[in-house]
Design a protein around this ligand. Structure first.
Ligand code: FES
Length: 70
Protein backbone atom coordinates (compact mmCIF):
# COMPACT_ATOMS: atom_id res chain seq x y z
CA UNK A 1 0.00 0.00 0.00
CA UNK A 2 1.27 3.44 -0.89
CA UNK A 3 -0.51 6.67 -0.06
CA UNK A 4 0.93 9.65 -1.85
CA UNK A 5 -1.89 12.05 -2.58
CA UNK A 6 -5.24 13.58 -1.78
CA UNK A 7 -7.32 11.21 -3.87
CA UNK A 8 -10.40 13.41 -4.04
CA UNK A 9 -8.47 16.23 -5.72
CA UNK A 10 -5.61 14.15 -7.24
CA UNK A 11 -2.95 16.32 -5.64
CA UNK A 12 0.25 14.48 -4.73
CA UNK A 13 1.86 15.22 -1.40
CA UNK A 14 5.13 15.87 -3.27
CA UNK A 15 3.48 18.62 -5.34
CA UNK A 16 1.77 19.98 -2.23
CA UNK A 17 5.08 20.05 -0.35
CA UNK A 18 6.67 22.04 -3.19
CA UNK A 19 3.73 24.45 -3.15
CA UNK A 20 3.91 24.79 0.63
CA UNK A 21 7.62 25.51 0.54
CA UNK A 22 7.26 28.02 -2.30
CA UNK A 23 4.65 29.97 -0.36
CA UNK A 24 5.95 29.45 3.18
CA UNK A 25 2.78 27.55 4.09
CA UNK A 26 2.82 25.72 7.43
CA UNK A 27 -0.69 24.36 7.83
CA UNK A 28 -3.52 22.78 5.86
CA UNK A 29 -5.62 25.92 5.87
CA UNK A 30 -2.72 27.90 4.43
CA UNK A 31 -2.28 25.30 1.72
CA UNK A 32 -5.98 25.50 0.85
CA UNK A 33 -5.53 29.19 0.09
CA UNK A 34 -3.36 28.17 -2.87
CA UNK A 35 -4.93 24.92 -4.10
CA UNK A 36 -8.15 22.91 -3.82
CA UNK A 37 -7.16 19.99 -1.61
CA UNK A 38 -8.66 18.16 1.34
CA UNK A 39 -12.11 19.65 0.83
CA UNK A 40 -14.16 16.44 0.50
CA UNK A 41 -13.68 13.32 2.60
CA UNK A 42 -10.83 14.71 4.70
CA UNK A 43 -8.98 11.39 4.92
CA UNK A 44 -5.86 13.10 3.56
CA UNK A 45 -5.72 15.67 6.37
CA UNK A 46 -3.43 13.71 8.73
CA UNK A 47 -1.13 12.86 5.81
CA UNK A 48 -0.92 16.51 4.76
CA UNK A 49 -0.19 17.54 8.35
CA UNK A 50 2.54 14.90 8.58
CA UNK A 51 3.95 16.04 5.23
CA UNK A 52 4.04 19.65 6.39
CA UNK A 53 5.66 18.66 9.69
CA UNK A 54 8.27 16.15 8.46
CA UNK A 55 8.57 16.56 4.68
CA UNK A 56 7.44 12.95 4.04
CA UNK A 57 5.42 12.56 0.84
CA UNK A 58 4.84 8.79 0.58
CA UNK A 59 3.20 6.79 3.34
CA UNK A 60 2.87 3.05 3.83
CA UNK A 61 0.65 2.99 6.91
CA UNK A 62 -2.80 4.34 7.66
CA UNK A 63 -2.76 7.67 9.49
CA UNK A 64 -5.77 8.97 11.39
CA UNK A 65 -6.66 12.30 12.97
CA UNK A 66 -5.31 10.88 16.26
CA UNK A 67 -1.88 10.40 14.66
CA UNK A 68 -1.68 14.01 13.42
CA UNK A 69 -4.26 16.10 15.25
CA UNK A 70 -5.25 19.51 13.92
S1 FES B 1 -8.57 12.37 0.04
FE1 FES B 1 -8.32 14.50 0.35
S2 FES B 1 -10.36 15.24 0.59
FE2 FES B 1 -10.60 13.12 0.19
Amino acid sequence: MQIDRCYCFQQTFAALRALARAHGVQDLQGLQQHVDVGLRCGLCHPYIRRMLRTGETVFHTILTEADEPA
